[in-house]
Design a protein around this ligand. Structure first.
Ligand code: 6PG
Length: 243
C-alpha cells in the first residue's frame, strides 16, 4: 500500500519557499475571510527559516493581515526563549519582531520550564483561543527529520501514541533530551498540513515514507492522516531524487 499524498516537487529550495509563502498568504486570506482569523502552527528546524524572513518582505508582508494572525508552535526544545536552540527565538528573530502581530496573539511553548508543566500550560493557552473543542488549525507548517520525525514526534517515543492530550513532553532517548510537542490528534485535526522537505539528506527517508510499507512507529510522519483536512508535501529536487 502506498500513501495518498498531494506532492509538489520544486527545482530548488528558493522556489519551494516562494510557493510556501504564496500558500501561507492565500490560506491566511481565506481563513480571515471565512472566520475572521488565521491560526497557524510553525515549525522549527533549518528549512523554514528563510521562509519566515521572506514573509517579512514584499509582497507577502502587505498581503497578510497580521492583526488577525495567531501564531503557535508545533514543537519546542527545552531551553529558554533566547537560547540559539529555541524555535521561538528563531521565529521571533526572523519573523515576529518584524511584523505587526499583536503580542497577545503569539503563543510560545515555555521551554525554560519543567517539560510536563510547559506542555500543560501550552494546552491551557490553546484553550483560551480554541475553546475546549479539539483545535482545528487553519494551517500547520511541518518538517521531516532524516529519521522520519515530524514536530517532536520521534520514532518509537511515547508522544506518538498520545490520543487525548493536545500537548505533551516527549523524552527522546537518542538525543537524550526532552521536547515539547503538539500531538497527533491536534495535527490530524488541522485544515491543512504543509510538509516542507528539502535536501539530499532527506531523499532516502522520503522514498521510504512515500513508497515503502507504512510503519508509523518507525516513521511518525506517516501518521499524518487528517480526519477532515489535507496534507500537502512541498519537496525540493534533491529530496525527491529517489521518488
Ligand atoms: C524542530 C522541528 C522538527 C523539524 C525537522 C526538520 O524543532 O526541529 O520542528 O520537526 O521540522 O527536524 O528539520 P530541518 O528543517 O532542520 O531539516
Amino acid at each position: 500500500m502506498t500513501h495518498m499524498y498531494s506532492t509538489k516537487i520544486y527545482s530548488d529550495l528558493d522556489t519551494l519557499l516562494t510557493a510556501t509563502a504564496d500558500t501561507v498568504s492565500v490560506q491566511a486570506a481565506r481563513a480571515i475571510e471565512d472566520h475572521g482569523r488565521f491560526t497557524i502552527a510553525l515549525a522549527g528546524g533549518s528549512t523554514p527559516q528563510p521562509l519566515y524572513a521572506m514573509l517579512t518582505r514584499e509582497p507577502y508582508v502587505s498581503m497578510i493581515d497580521w492583526s488577525k494572525v495567531y501564531i503557535f508552535f508545533g514543537d519546542e526544545r527545552c531551553v529558554p526563549p533566547d537560547d540559539p536552540q529555541s524555535n521561538f527565538a528563531m521565529v521571533y528573530n526572523t519573523l515576529l519582531e518584524r511584523v505587526p502581530i499583536p503580542p497577545q496573539q503569539t503563543f510560545r511553548m515555555a521551554g525554560e520550564l519543567a517539560p510536563t508543566l510547559a506542555a500543560e500550560r501550552y494546552e491551557k493557552a490553546m484553550r483560551t483561543v480554541f475553546g475546549d473543542e479539539l483545535p482545528r488549525f487553519d494551517m500547520m507548517l511541518l518538517g521531516m527529520g532524516e529519521d522520519g520525525h515530524t514536530a517532536s514526534l520521534f520514532p518509537e517515543t511515547a508522544a506518538i501514541y498520545e490520543a487525548k492530550k493536545w500537548v505533551v513532553a516527549n523524552f527522546v532517548p537518542k538525543l537524550d533530551t526532552w521536547r515539547i510537542t503538539l500531538t497527533l490528534p491536534v495535527l490530524n485535526n488541522a485544515a491543512l498540513l504543509l510538509m516542507l522537505v528539502a535536501g539530499a539528506s532527506k531523499a532516502e527517508t522520503l522514498r521510504a515514507v512515500m513508497q515503502g510499507p507504512p510503519d508509523t512507529d518507525l516513521y511518525p510522519v506517516e501518521a499524518l492522516q487528517p480526519t477532515n483536512g489535507q496534507v500537502w508535501w512541498y519537496v525540493d529536487g534533491a529530496a525527491a531524487k529517489h521518488l
